[in-house]
Write a protein that binds this ligand. Structure first.
Ligand SMILES: *Cc1c(COP(=O)(O)O)cnc(C)c1O
Length: 447
């Protein structure tokens, strides 16, 4: 591949290839009206509603098996919270202006898996379990799913294996829910995956297979291993539509939370969302759902480490899954372990091509500064990958490219002052105390 050619076409990619913090604005962004008909053929509103209904059917089972979800009736959902102290502290430490109401969506604290993967990952496991049980005549979609906790059903699921490749958190969501249903589980972990995540999974009876290589390799090996076994199902983060649907359900839930708080979203009250991206599935699914509901009034930005901006490259070059950070001379090695995917999802980069507003890339050292600042100001702890989101609101008005985006898209001073900006926190709940101590004291040099 001739990188120079891509850089000539899109000069922002030069900075990206030099691993500099960059704001990339998507030149292919279109008004939702112009893309909806085509995209609806791939993922329809009905598909998202169907996923939501399926999660509803499983809620009694989840409430039974995971008592921490009982207060929400077995629905796995996270709070949406104002972070005014963090907003002020960011403005002071970064010397930036953050207009509007800054909020955090705390998927970092989702029950069961402690990360955004509790949406997509768990959904795909449940979907597969339902498909198997219904096909075998062991479950009727109209009966109570608490029956799935019975020993006969565990034995039934025990004949099947679930497999997944993961940098850590996806493996945790698939592993924990699969094990709860009685499936055998194999999680193929990349070298980036943290020790404590592997230990936690093993403690739940999950088989963890470690690779001394990156995420793409762990996925490829997992897929190959699974294909050899007709009773094995592979959760394929690089192409899965079911994962995407599980994430997309978040949008309707967020709409309810915004309404509950009396927060308007319309042309005069825009919604701006910043979500950290790894392979693209989580931010893609959530953003797609948001675009379906809020249309052009929501602006979806992804954030990625300067050392692993694979989704940015996939969309910007239109190479999709063939884009690889190494081809651009980028290391792919980042402290944001949840975002260390050298190549993006082909499915998501295609779906988001005309919906993504742009991307902000962030230096690793900032992640720990954000982590400490959020802990200090709001008393909330989120893992380094989550912290990548904060580069968005800090840069929106400061960088030339995003400033221009605002003026082109009608984000005037007045409208920004009336906007809601959401940083989507993606992981943190299950991080052990000892690891927090490490994170909170970690200072990287600003190279
Ligand atoms: C997985 C993950 C993401 C990004 O999700 P992708 O589907 O890989 O894009 C972000 N943050 C954390 C903490 C994650 O675990």
């Amino acid at each position: 591949m001739d990188i120079k050619e891509y850089i000539d076409r899109d000069p922002a990619l030069r900075e990206v290839s030099q691993m500099k913090e960059t704001v990339w604005i998507n030149p292919r962004l279109l008004s939702v009206d112009r893309t909806a008909a085509d995209l609806q053929k791939v993922v329809s509103d009905g598909d998202i509603a169907d996923a939501e209904a399926r999660l509803g059917r499983f809620a009694p089972f989840i409430a039974l098996r995971f008592p921490e979800t009982r207060a929400d009736g077995g629905l796995i959902e996270s709070p949406l919270e104002d972070i005014p102290l963090m907003q002020k502290a960011l403005e002071e430490t970064c010397g930036c202006r953050i207009p509007g109401r800054l909020m955090m969506k705390m998927d970092s604290h989702l029950a069961i898996a402690g990360s955004v993967k509790a949406r997509g990952g768990i959904y795909e496991v449940l979907k597969h379990a339902e498909d198997l049980a219904v096909a075998a005549g062991k479950l009727d979609v109209n009966e109570s799913y608490t029956r799935l906790a019975g020993p006969d059903m565990r034995e039934f699921f025990g004949q099947y294996t679930m497999q997944v490749g993961s940098t850590g958190n996806l493996g945790m969501s698939i592993g924990i829910m699969s094990a709860a249903l009685g499936f055998k589980v194999k999680v193929h972990m990349s070298a980036d995956a943290k020790r404590w995540k592997k230990d936690l999974l093993r403690s739940k009876g999950v088989e963890v297979i470690e690779y001394d290589d990156d995420y793409s390799r762990a996925v490829a090996e997992g897929r190959k291993n699974s294909d050899l076994d007709p009773r094995s199902y592979f959760v394929d983060d690089e192409k899965s539509v079911d994962l995407f649907l599980g994430y997309a359900v978040a949008a309707g839930r967020l709409k309810g939370q915004l309404e509950e708080k009396g927060i308007k979203v319309d042309a005069d009250h825009p919604l701006i969302v910043y979500i950290p991206a790894g392979v693209g599935g989580a931010p893609g699914g959530v953003s797609y759902g948001l675009k379906r509901i809020f249309g052009d009034d929501v602006h979806c930005f992804f954030t990625e480490p300067v050392r692993c901006p694979s989704v940015l490259l996939g969309v910007a070059t239109q190479l999709f899954e063939k884009a690889n950070v190494h081809d651009f001379g980028i290391s792919g090695k980042t402290e944001a372990d949840g975002l260390a995917c050298a190549s993006p999802s082909g499915f998501v980069t295609r779906m988001m091509t005309n919906l993504l507003s742009g991307e902000f890339t962030v230096d690793d050292w900032r992640l720990y500064d954000y982590l400490r600042l959020l802990d200090k100001t709001e008393g909330k702890r989120v893992e380094p990958s989550s912290c990548a989101a904060f580069i968005g609101p800090c840069s929106l008005l400061e960088a030339e490219a995003s400033g221009k985006y605002c003026s082109i898209h009608g984000l005037s001073e007045k409208r920004l002052a009336d906007s809601t900006q959401i940083v989507w926190m993606t992981g943190g709940l299950l991080v052990p105390e000892k690891i927090w101590e490490e994170y909170l004291s970690r200072h990287l040099s600003q190279s």
